[in-house]
Write a protein that binds this ligand. Structure first.
Ligand SMILES: [Zn+2]
Ligand SMILES: [Zn+2]
Length: 176
């Protein structure tokens, strides 16, 4: 996913709109299962040496629920907006250290193309979050028998058995 900046600059501050569609695997190099689909709508305008980007990223992927471990199809719909600083392709001044720190800053763009893959990859990963649930109120699996509690109660009495990791503590602190 890339945007040809001279084309945007020609619009003299007006918004240019782009859409990209493809596969998550191809764009981000991430495994995402059979429902793998990615669609990006991006509006961009350039004013001076700044490029203002905003848009939405929609993705369909296959994920495993953090609670019940079941595989499910997940839909992500996330807004993004970012300002990029545009620079001349060749910089004749600046110490090597300054150049290195500029290169490390992905929000600085050199040359005619704004490459969006890495930026959108971050947006995508952030939107995925640290856990994914098949539904907000997923009940998970029984810690004792492993039954999926979304399908009904298994009959285990909660608290009857102790997690082996906790049992160590229980033996260590016997009830007096
Ligand atoms: Zn679940
Ligand atoms: Zn159970």
């Amino acid at each position: 996913m890339k945007i040809y900046l001279p084309e945007v600059r020609q619009k003299q501050g007006q918004v240019s709109s782009y859409t990209f569609a493809g596969k998550i695997t191809d764009s981000f190099g991430l495994e995402s299962g059979p429902s793998d689909r990615l669609q990006v709508k991006a509006d961009i305008r350039i004013s001076g040496d700044k490029a203002f980007l905003e848009g939405t990223l929609e993705a369909d992927l296959t994920a495993n629920c953090s609670r019940c471990l079941k595989e499910f199809n997940r839909h992500l719909d996330v807004d993004f907006s970012e300002t990029f600083t545009l620079q001349e392709e060749i910089s004749s001044q600046g110490s090597p250290a300054a150049l290195a720190s500029e290169a490390a800053n992905q929000l600085t763009v050199r040359g005619d193309y704004l490459y969006l893959d890495e930026y959108l990859r971050q947006v995508f990963l952030l939107a995925q979050g640290y856990r994914s649930l098949c539904r907000e109120d997923c009940r998970g699996i029984c810690p004792m028998c492993g039954v999926d509690l979304n399908n009904g109660h298994c009959g285990c009495v909660q608290g009857e058995e102790v997690d082996p990791r906790l049992k160590v503590l229980k033996d260590y602190f016997p009830r007096s």
